[in-house]
Design a protein. Structure first.
Length: 443
């Protein structure tokens, strides 16, 4: 009997432990999911609170530890104070982030993403430290009368700071674990660039584009200065990618054309798109013809652009490329003084893109140029009705009416524009010119 009673007790304990373990996982997941969602919406206090609760239920959860580190990084990078850490110095907040991420690394040393987040935590701390240092220096200079209060001193930094050294080492460790992931090279390139280490930045960006040549997936794509300054290494990386057997060769050709286009090296970009079209005609003909047509127009070669754009319009009449080609065909014929043909293309374009205000305004201009001022006015009035909150539509119809001598109706639209935008200088100017011609005075 005693033995059976002991077995029953053990069984009951095991059931309770299993129940608690299951409940802990469920509750931990709910808090962790809520914390991650709050971070995605920049609700950092809520994110930190929910993630700490998640770790209370699942202290061994590596992912939640990493996300805590991301919260700390985001807060310090953006100068946001976490309520739970109010009164802590930046170095103490850094410690919270580092402890969280290193705990994750200790659970899984092969987690490259955790190593990379360690790099970002130190990067966030550097932002916080420099921000406070700048504020301190500005305060001291202002107190001494040496600085205009609205101007803060810049803190030039050439070379790696201590935080940078740790961040770079952590990123290199992540790269060692995931050598095919280009993003780590991008991170290092930006770090080195910001510290004035252009040669090192070029080396990293070259490696990044060799792994992934498509410009649009690289975080540096929006910084035209970096792309321009590092164009050589970027193009060298793309050339290396072309010989990578694991990548489609057309990917590198497409990337080269796109980079040259972005850099304004228009003749080279045209040649690159021609190479791409020859390499893989079925997949890239429309893309290449459209881009070549637009590039010819950038050079002012409107006649040369027409055959390329006509091919796109014929092959993809209802698609996005075909619609864009119609608008550029209208531009080409306008610049060649063939305004009637420009009008025809714009009407086709508007039939496919009825929400394009710019096309209505351009059509109004082309109709006037073709000698159809009355029809132009009708089109512009339609634009005002379709886009009643767009000042440019009012401005266009007012200008059209003034040119036709219909000053009273122009005044009505100018007053409507002023009602929409009381500070509108355009409305005041148009009303003023109308008053001068009619001898009318404002009340």
């Amino acid at each position: 009997m005693r033995r059976r009673g002991l077995q029953a007790v053990i069984l009951a304990v095991l059931v309770l432990l299993n129940t608690y373990s299951g409940a802990a996982k469920i509750l931990g997941f709910r808090h962790g999911w809520a914390g991650s969602r709050a971070l995605a919406h920049a609700k950092l206090d809520l994110a930190y609170s929910r993630l700490r609760s998640a770790l209370g239920w699942q202290p061994g959860n590596e992912a939640y530890q990493v996300v805590v580190g991301r919260v700390i990084h985001t807060a310090q990078s953006n100068g946001v104070r976490l309520e739970a850490l109010a009164g802590h110095q930046p170095i103490d907040v850094l410690g919270v982030g580092v402890n969280a991420v290193t705990s994750a690394i200790s659970m899984n040393p092969a987690d490259a993403w955790a190593w990379f987040n360690l790099a970002e935590v130190y990067g966030g701390f550097r932002f916080a430290r420099i921000r406070l240092d700048r504020m301190r220096r500005a305060g001291e200079a202002t107190a001494s009368g040496a600085l205009d209060p609205v101007k803060a001193p810049e803190l030039a930094s050439i070379g790696l700071d201590p935080e940078d050294t740790i961040a770079a080492a952590a990123a290199l460790k992540a790269l060692e674990l995931e050598p095919e992931f280009f993003f780590y090279h991008d991170f290092l390139a930006k770090l080195y660039w910001d510290r004035g280490l252009k040669e090192a930045a070029g080396r990293e960006i070259r490696e990044s584009f060799a792994l992934m040549p498509r410009l649009e997936v690289h975080p540096l794509r929006d910084d035209h200065t970096i792309v321009e300054e590092l164009a050589g290494p970027i193009l060298e990386g793309i050339d290396r990618a072309a010989s990578n057997p694991s990548l489609d060769p057309s990917l590198a050709l497409q990337a080269r054309a796109g980079v040259l286009d972005l850099l304004g090296r228009t003749r080279e970009a045209i040649a690159a798109y021609q190479d791409l079209a020859r390499h893989d005609p079925p997949a890239h003909t429309i893309e290449c013809d459209l881009n070549i047509g637009k590039l010819h127009q950038r050079l002012g070669e409107y006649k040369e652009s027409i055959p390329f754009l006509e091919r796109v319009s014929a092959r993809e009449s209802g698609g996005g490329g075909g619609r864009e080609a119609l608008f550029h065909l209208a531009q080409a014929h306008s610049r060649l003084s063939d305004h009637g043909q420009a009008v025809a293309y714009l009407k086709q374009y508007l039939a496919l893109e009825p929400g394009a205000l710019h096309a209505y305004l351009t059509l109004g201009d082309e109709l006037e140029a073709a000698g159809n001022a009355a029809e132009a006015g009708q089109v512009l009035v339609t634009a005002v009705r379709k886009f009643p909150d767009e000042p440019s539509a009012y401005e266009a119809v007012i200008a059209n009416l003034v040119r036709q001598g219909n000053l009273e109706e122009a005044r009505l639209y100018a007053e409507a524009l002023r009602h929409k935008d009381p500070a509108s200088k355009t409305a005041e100017g148009l009303l003023g010119r109308s008053n001068e011609r009619t001898g009318r005075r404002e009340p």
